[in-house]
Design a protein around this ligand. Structure first.
Ligand SMILES: Nc1ncnc2c1ncn2[C@@H]1O[C@H](COP(=O)(O)OP(=O)(O)OP(=O)(O)O)[C@@H](O)[C@H]1O
Ligand SMILES: [Mg+2]
Length: 247
């Protein structure tokens, strides 16, 4: 399971440019995610990280270039088409349906599926991963703590039985102790065979569990390397992530 293998990438971006109106956001972005990998996309604020995830999922259409799933261009296909074929996302700020219960939120994650028996098994798998979620099935999602909301958002995404999980800043807003737990849960999901494509501001933490990573700067990929090489790169923080006071 590595980039050096001869497998077809699960998900790719080839020469993608995106615009919001006249504003050019992603600039000739090329990325490939292989089955079972854990990769991360780093970058400062407004560098285009969320736009990259939205483009992969079909919520944003590129002006030029292709999004490729299992070797097939899906650039013009809908988000539901892509979800049915194994991509899903835990969005920035979780985006739970706050007035719906935890169970209703989880069930919504499976809305495109018809395999009832397997859905029930996946729900059990989610309860094993997140016992806290099972204790709160009837609770309105808007009243959960931030950490609990993150677990429900991950559970909801897993209910589509994905092969690749896109995660937009999974540690945002979590207390430091919970950030660690959250990363352990991400690793556990990864160990079950799900490829993970994670956007993070927490570069050290993300690179400590990732295989590879990319750094985006104003919409352009400026670094593309193994996670340990990125961790050892002295320019990463000051030059690319725009962190003041770091060298
Ligand atoms: N729907 C939209 N319409 C117009 N501009 C947008 C839209 N969505 C995002 N942008 C702009 O595109 C740029 C990139 O946004 P994006 O959300 O991809 O950045 P990001 O790297 O995820 O940032 P952050 O770290 O703050 O989440 C920003 O300047 C943002 O204001
Ligand atoms: Mg973002």
């Amino acid at each position: 399971m590595s980039a050096e293998g001869h497998e077809i990438p699960l998900l790719e971006m080839r020469g993608v440019n995106t615009h919001y109106g006249a504003v050019h956001i992603l600039k000739d972005v090329n990325l490939a995610i292989y089955p079972g990998e854990l990769v991360c996309l780093l970058g400062g604020n407004a560098s285009g990280k969320s736009t990259t995830l939205k483009t992969l999922l079909g919520m944003v259409t590129p002006t030029t270039g292709e999004v490729v799933l299992d070797g097939e261009a899906v650039t013009k296909e809908s988000t539901s088409y892509r979800v049915e074929r194994g991509i899903t996302m835990v969005p920035e700020n979780r985006r739970l349906f706050k007035r719906l219960s935890v169970l209703e939120n989880l069930e919504l994650g499976a809305y495109l599926r018809k395999d009832r028996e397997q859905i029930a098994l996946d729900l059990e798998r989610i309860f094993d991963l997140f016992p806290r979620v099972k204790e709160r099935l009837g609770q309105k999602s808007g009243t959960l703590s931030g950490g609990e909301q993150q677990m429900v958002a991950m559970g909801r995404a897993l209910m589509s039985n994905p092969r690749v999980l896109l995660m937009d800043e999974p540690s945002m807003g979590l207390a430091p102790a919970l950030v660690q737990t959250n990363f352990e849960l991400i690793q556990q999901i990864h160990e079950e065979g799900v490829a993970i494509f994670m956007v993070e501001q927490n570069a050290n933490m993300a690179l400590s569990i990732a295989d590879r990573g990319w750094v985006l700067q104003t919409g352009r990929v400026v670094l593309d390397d193994a996670a340990d090489a990125l961790l050892a790169n002295p320019d990463l923080r000051a030059s690319y992530l725009g962190e003041v006071g770091s060298a």
